[in-house]
Design a protein around this ligand. Structure first.
Ligand code: ADP
Ligand code: ASP
Ligand code: MG
Length: 412
């Protein structure tokens, strides 16, 4: 039988009524003749609550226990969704990651999927099961411990299942009706895109547009999964939502196609470190060993053989970074005058494939921010994006001003 993957995010399974509505949508596809793999997130707010409990109990937690706790939200929804489907006379059962099995690396809290066993689920489809409800976001490590795939990881579970089972389509049901030029919650003029290229979606996701987890887009691109984002709150036609597809399938495109932001950024500076070969390797080796995800890096001009090294990382990793660097300093492996953390910054990025062939985007971006009186603290660029760090209080203003300046409310 043809197979679909349908993923429901947190707000789409926020309570029993929403679970019933999601189940009805699944029932419609089953009635059309599809077998369905449903991937569910935890009820909205649940994962944040679980993460909060872990942090309160143990700020520098053992990531294996973090995963044991935060993976549990999805188990509840998977069971409830299977029960709801059974009440509708749809043969369904729930699956936790280890039961599938969905095998991952041992990188707890940010594990990567290595393999999805298809035999168990296919055997049950063979016995008449019509819907496999799989707990998203979780898997099992080679050591037999529960792992999680990083925040937003159920999207990745969904795409990986679509690839492993050769699904006709992977539909990601969420609380917005597609991918927009920027987050519609902070910019009224955000415009829904009918299609977006994999590469642009990949950049937007990795720069903070949480509508899809970055890794899910990578997998969809690699395994040619037909990936669609649509709303679970509205009636849907077959053309609804946004299709994430190859660049060639999109006829028209602006130079800049999206603005992304990331609120939870922090900027740390090691003041006055010795400017000698190996210093960057020492600092960033130390941070990497501590599991800190460094994003932007800037090294100042050196003066009297000393320099300042600035980097950014997520705010919830600042403590980890401070403990690791101070530990190196105490051991005499690193020498800096002071470690300064600024936890009130945000990253704003403009993204567009058209930047490959058109210059002047950076100059325009900086001018727009300067006209709004917004100071830029750090800049990075790549082929199809430009990112800046600014004071968090200017985040929404910066997004809206850039959206206006690049005419993103108008289709090309
Ligand atoms: P789910 O719980 O369904 O996984 P998420 O909260 O993870 O949903 O992702 C959906 C949210 O992503 C939207 O509510 C929206 O605020 C946000 N978002 C950020 N950038 C964009 C964008 N460019 N297009 C659409 N939504 C976006
Ligand atoms: N529940 C997890 C989270 O909130 C995974 C997901 O929803 O995708 O990050
Ligand atoms: Mg999500």
């Amino acid at each position: 039988m043809p197979l679909l993957v349908m993923k429901f995010g947190g707000t789409s399974v926020a309570n029993l009524d929403r679970i019933r509505r999601a189940a009805k949508r699944v029932g419609v596809e089953v009635a059309k003749g599809y077998d369905v793999i449903v991937i569910v997130s935890a009820m909205s707010g649940k994962t944040n609550e679980l993460v909060g409990w872990v942090n309160e109990t143990s700020p520098l937690y053992d990531a294996r226990e973090y995963d044991a706790v935060v993976s549990s939200g999805e188990n509840v929804t998977a069971g409830l969704m299977a029960l709801t489907l059974q009440e509708m006379d749809v043969p369904a059962r729930s699956w936790q990651g280890w039961q599938v099995p969905l095998k991952t690396t041992s990188a707890h809290s940010q594990a990567r999927i290595e393999e999805i066993g298809t035999d168990n689920i296919n055997a049950k489809f063979g016995e008449g099961m019509r819907v496999a409800v799989v707990a998203g976001f979780q898997g099992i490590s080679p050591e037999g411990r529960i792992t999680t795939l990083g925040r937003g990881g159920s999207d990745t579970t969904a795409v990986a299942f679509a690839a492993a089972f050769g699904a006709e389509r992977c539909d990601i049901y969420t609380d917005v009706d597609g991918v927009y030029t920027t987050d519609p919650r902070i910019c009224d003029k955000a415009r829904k895109l009918d299609k977006i290229a994999f590469e642009e979606m990949l950049e937007l996701a990795s720069l903070g547009a949480k509508v899809l987890q970055t890794r899910s887009v990578e997998l969809a691109m690699r395994y040619k999964v037909k990936l669609r984002v649509l709303s679970s709150f509205e009636e849907q036609s077959d053309e609804a939502g946004t299709l994430v597809c190859d660049e060639e399938e999109i006829m028209e495109s602006n130079v800049v196609n999206g603005v992304a932001y990331s609120r939870d950024e922090a900027k740390l500076t090691c003041l006055s470190v010795a400017d000698r070969p190996g210093i960057a390797a020492t600092i960033f080796g130390c941070l990497s060993d501590a599991g800190v995800n460094v994003d932007m890096i800037v090294q100042n001009i050196s003066e009297d053989g000393r320099t300042d090294m600035t980097f950014s990382c997520p705010t919830d990793q600042v403590k980890r970074a401070e403990v690791a660097l101070n530990g190196f300093k105490e051991k005499g492996e690193l020498n800096y005058a002071e470690l300064v953390a600024d936890t009130t910054v945000a990253k704003i990025s403009v993204v567009g494939i058209g930047m490959r062939s058109q210059s002047g985007v950076a100059a325009k971006m900086f001018k727009v921010l300067s006209d709004e009186g917004i100071n830029i603290k750090v800049i990075t660029t790549s082929e199809i994006k430009i990112s800046v760090l600014v004071d968090r209080k200017y985040m929404e203003l910066a997004v809206q001003a850039l959206h206006d300046a690049f005419d993103l409310d108008k289709a090309s």
